[in-house]
Design a protein around this ligand. Structure first.
Ligand code: NAD
Length: 356
């Protein structure tokens, strides 16, 4: 079989590292991980595959079109899985410029490099080439508490600078398909959680603040609802979409696990109460309600029936099994999160960020 030479962008991040670990497990894949190593990128997340013969890490910026094109040509890339992005909604409110640069300009530059590379491939190889753009359900905006779901056809209505930048990138990817014929597939996924998740995001923040006896900050009344998906389930879905998705189409990916932020925090507290009890009282006593995030969407929920029906994917974890595994991982892997929590960045921010 022809090897699949995959360029993963953002592979030192949370989801990208989970994807690289799964891709490298199949010797048919050769994985080139291109990552700028922003504050969110961490090569320690790739320790288990660092020396694998079918894995290579390259530090670089997707905005550098010439370098990316040269890398694609040198590595004979026939699949791009594009995850590199700025991803934290609170940061996008405080400083949107980095999101415009990485998520919109970066995707544009990467598309241009991919187009030139694809156009230069021999016909047979060009036919097998694919560009998979990884996106979020936040592009669809805000849902009421009425049981409605995001479908692939739901109109885009992003609320935050983060989701607007991802929506822009999705539109660019579709335009490069319709106008230039670049073979693309897209996926829009709900909130992920699991090992190696940077501790500014809700779930790791709550676990680690609880262990440190610090307040567990919750936006507003904690009623905002997200659909949670275990990161390894997302990585499996991405491999299905990249290899078997219909060109030009997008696939919604979700976990059938809608939970309010308050329920998420209380579930973590209950697991910790069982696994590592406090000297007195419950971890729930550390809950602290803080003023709401501006423009905070009330609810996200995904209809994932298309990927289930057409590509045979289903999540293996429920929220209950996934969150138990996640808490266990943080209890056992302070070598990974300890240095992050101890850094200047951690001291500056971790006490007050409370959103997914
Ligand atoms: P993350 O913040 O953990 O990782 C992002 C990675 O991209 C980092 O390693 C960073 O160094 C790298 N990066 C940023 N700018 C770059 C640039 N200009 N060039 C090269 N590398 C760059 O993000 P994540 O949570 O793993 O998300 C990955 C992708 O999945 C993003 O595109 C995000 O929008 C999408 N997504 C995330 C979620 C979620 O819940 N985390 C859900 C749906 C979709």
């Amino acid at each position: 079989m022809t090897p699949v030479n995959v360029l993963v962008t953002g592979g030192a991040g949370f989801i990208g590292s989970a994807l690289c670990r799964q891709l490298v497990a199949n010797p048919q894949n050769r994985v080139v991980n291109l990552d700028k190593l922003t504050y969110a990128g961490n090569v320690a997340s790739l320790g288990t595959i660092e020396h694998a013969p079918n894995y290579r890490f390259v530090r670089g910026d997707i905005c550098d079109e010439h370098a990316v094109l040269a890398l694609m040509q040198a590595e004979n890339i026939n699949r791009v899985m594009h995850l590199a992005a700025e991803t934290h909604v609170d940061r996008s409110i405080e400083g949107p410029a980095a999101f415009i640069e990485a998520n919109i300009v970066g995707t544009f530059r990467l598309l241009q490099a991919a187009l030139k590379h694809w156009q230069g491939l021999p016909e047979e190889e060009a036919r097998n080439f694919r560009f998979h753009h990884i996106s979020t359900d936040e592009v669809f905006g805000d849902l009421p508490f009425d049981g409605s779901l995001f479908h692939e056809t739901t109109p885009y209505a992003p609320s935050s600078p983060y989701s607007a930048s991802k929506a822009s990138a999705d539109h660019l990817v579709r335009a490069w398909h319709h106008t230039f014929g670049l073979p693309v597939v897209l996926s829009n996924c709900s909130n992920n959680y699991g090992p190696f998740h940077f501790p500014e995001k809700l779930i790791p923040l709550v676990i680690l603040n609880a262990l440190d006896e610090k307040p567990l900050p919750i936006y507003g009344t904690g009623s905002n609802v997200r659909d949670w998906l275990y990161v390894d389930d997302h990585a499996r879905a991405l491999m299905r979409v990249a290899s078997a998705g219909t060109l030009g189409e997008s696939y919604n990916i979700g976990g059938h696990s809608e939970r309010s932020n308050l329920v998420v925090v209380e579930t973590i507290c209950d697991i910790l109460d069982r696994r590592q009890p406090r000297q007195s009282g419950s971890y729930r006593d550390l809950k602290t309600f803080v003023s709401d995030r501006p423009g905070h969407d009330r609810r996200y929920a995904i209809d994932a029936s298309r990927i289930e029906r057409e590509l045979g994917w289903r999540p293996q974890e429920t929220f209950e099994t996934g969150i138990e595994k996640t808490v266990s991982w943080y209890l056992e892997n302070s070598w990974w999160w300890g240095p992050i929590r101890a850094g200047t960045y951690a001291g500056e921010r971790l006490g007050r960020v409370a959103g997914p």
